[in-house]
Design a protein around this ligand. Structure first.
Ligand code: ZN
Ligand code: ZN
Ligand code: ZN
Length: 273
């Protein structure tokens, strides 16, 4: 294939407006293979515990590679080295970011290697504790109207639910880096990292419900059919399960504690004075 054909193919991939697809996770979770049309790209994965600046830099670089243009420094994609991988001709798509762009090679490599050396000094236990704390604060901050299970009576039920789901499939990010938030729907049989779960939720918004009509209207707690289900979120350490429960179960999960009765002592106090 000639260079002109590559350029045409690449331009085509961008201009068709095809949604980029995550194909798979490689190099032990460090990189991701993405496809746009017939073109494939290898991009660094966002480490689960990446600090905000590093996460921004990687997302910026991914967006620039997948759209052909960097929104920060306006660099556009060009072709780099050509090569041959077994039978497959490959060429490098390069975005020449400016040196001061967060997505530039210099900046990203420096931040990534600093992050990896910090991460490698943590014990497995510390990594899971950090993932758990991080998951807790994400749930706490999320501005959703989801019910949280606060009634200790239901802890057993939630733990059994988790036990039953632990052998479920997981996305490749979780398989290669388990110390991060695990997300799943109660009725589904797959765990996803934050990124993959966000894609799933976006695809539900676009393509409609994930489950069949019966499951969509079945309470995840009492398994009774209900016209309206209230969303419920269950977090155990770094595991988050999202489900729907009937109004009855919702009430039991999160009982409204009646306000304490305050003794009307004003009168007496006045008398004693
Ligand atoms: Zn840039
Ligand atoms: Zn994932
Ligand atoms: Zn119910």
């Amino acid at each position: 294939m000639r260079e002109a054909d590559y350029r045409a193919g690449l331009a085509n991939a961008y201009s068709q407006g095809d949604e980029p697809r995550l194909v798979r996770v490689i190099s032990g979770g460090h990189d991701e293979v993405w496809a746009v049309g017939n073109s494939m790209f290898i991009i660094p994965a966002v480490p689960a515990d990446a600090p905000p600046l590093l996460e921004y830099a990687i997302r910026l670089r991914r967006e620039a590679t997948l759209t052909g243009k960097c929104s920060e420094c306006s660099a556009t994609v060009g072709l780099g080295a050509f090569g041959q991988l077994v039978e497959l001709p490959i060429n490098e798509a390069r975005v020449p970011h400016r040196r001061n762009c967060p997505a530039s090679d210099e900046n990203l490599k420096r931040q990534l290697s600093a992050h990896r050396s910090r991460s490698s000094q943590r014990t497995v236990m510390e990594a899971f504790e950090a993932a758990s704390a991080n998951t807790r604060s994400k749930i706490f901050e999320s501005p959703s109207n989801k019910i949280q299970v606060t009634n200790p009576k239901f802890e057993r039920w939630a733990k059994d639910l988790l036990d039953a789901k632990l052998s479920s499939d997981r996305c490749e990010h979780l398989a290669s880096g388990p110390a991060q938030t695990w997300n799943s729907y109660v009725a589904s049989s797959e765990w996803r990292c934050d990124q993959c779960f966000a894609y799933l939720q976006a695809s539900i918004v676009e393509g409609g419900p994930l489950f069949d009509a019966t499951e969509e209207r079945t309470c995840d707690h009492c398994r009774q059919f209900a016209d309206v289900l209230e969303p419920v979120i269950i977090r155990i350490d770094h595991f988050v399960m999202i489900g729907g429960v009937c109004a009855n179960c919702a009430k039991k999960f999160n009982p409204v504690i009646p306000p304490k009765k305050v003794k009307k002592s004003g009168k007496n106090r006045r008398k004693r004075r």
